[in-house]
Design a protein around this ligand. Sequence first.
Ligand code: ADP
Length: 507
Amino acid sequence: MTSGIPAEDWIAHHARFAPSSEAAHDLASGRRFTYAEMDRRVSCAALWLSDAFAVQPGDRIAVLSMNDTDVFELQFACRRLGAIFLPLNWRLAVPELEFICKDATPVVLVHGDEFTDAALQVAKLASVPHTANLANGKPSAYETGLAKASGTLAPPALDLADTWTVMYTSGTTGRPKGARITYQMCVFNSVHCAMTVGLTASTRNLVFLPTFHTGGLNVYANPTFHTGGCNVVLRSFDPGRFLALMTDKELGLTDLLGVPTNFLMLAQEPGFAAADLSHIRSMGVGGAASPLSLLETFGRKGIALRQGWGMTETGPMGLFLSADKAMAKIGSSGLPPMYVRLKICDPDGDPVRQGETGELMIKGPNVTPGYWNRPEANRTSFTADGWFHTGDAARQDEDGYYYIVDRWKDMFISGGENVYPVEVENVIYQLDGVLENAVVGVPHEKWGEIGRAFVVLKPGANLDEGAVIEHCGTQLARFKVPKEVRFLDELPHNATGKVLKHQLPRT
Ligand code: ADP
């Protein structure tokens, strides 16, 4: 299927309109590129990929790298070749990367220097014909390739319906699935981000979520390129550095997006209370449920953490809460942006009554056309009339605002009653000494399942199991109160910073 609308080359466009505007700033190497310079490097990268590896339209280019401006260049080089960008999660083990590469069959694996061993093993196991290193601006196959690139390239005509990226998400089956991300999804997501967040050509966005994940790549980084702003790229997240960058007036950051864990850690930094963050126009939070106490902590500092909801498969932005409603509708993920359609359905697929919880369904030009090589998942993930099953439980309030209740699969049933762990976690977060917590359902002889809470305390805090259970008992119905509390030094997180609940012990 085609849209009949060409996929514009964003970097080439800005190189014509605003060649001397800054496009990207790589913090680790100190390299800064205008749109004209980035445009030239993207062209050289495309020439190099084409000359060295004979990349053809539709071929996959795998990239295994920490955050680096080179990664964005490779993404846009894929556009110039009609190739498909395949960002890989560097936290994965070799067998997991092997699975993805066997599934997506890239022609070349470009890797950061620090991942050379893993990249060579994966290339051998998955029969990837070529590998090449990049080294954050230092001598590498990538820099040599760019320096030697010559000639001109005639980019193929591409349609908005064509696939730009295949991004692997964990999904429910356990085996990762590659979501096809089209140019259309990126354009509509960029329009939605610009309209809701207020991204402009003067945006300076800090990219610290990993760029192999939709959080690092598609919110707000790609929308910032779309609008002609500048992406300031941090190699990986570190809370102390994060605060220092946010308060650096010369760097002049205006926007950033994180997951709740990033902001929980930031709030623990010694300098946080006194830090002046007033120049930052928008701080977005999404990717997982935000504890209400976190939103309140930032609210007291005069910062409206703007909630958004989305998935790799949905562009990602599917809901957004505006700053003026951040406190009035605290806990809500907001309203759908302009071109997104949503409905909440019961298990039979019928819309629930307003206020009731059901599965969130989504449709629109921001939604994936399907997964790479997964006919079965493509059949079950969509209804016959094209609605995508999000797998999230949601409800709407009387004003139409959406609340993500939890993931369906995280819900458990205790004594016949549904328990959504996020609600319990929010109550545990009310306790002063709690840094982070996660609740899961575990099997139980009498109740079927019971809640088990995993709690990480703030340094010096003194809470025991009894105190947590007692507090929950004052705020929640009996069946929701966790029967067990375990204290951990930290919770398992994925590379984005989301809590990996399936790794918490159930026995
Ligand atoms: P993964 O499943 O690997 O984390 P995604 O990043 O695509 O991949 O995750 C999307 C999921 O993240 C959503 O389906 C939802 O469960 C969760 N999520 C995203 N934003 C929010 C939010 N604001 N509140 C609660 N959950 C969220």
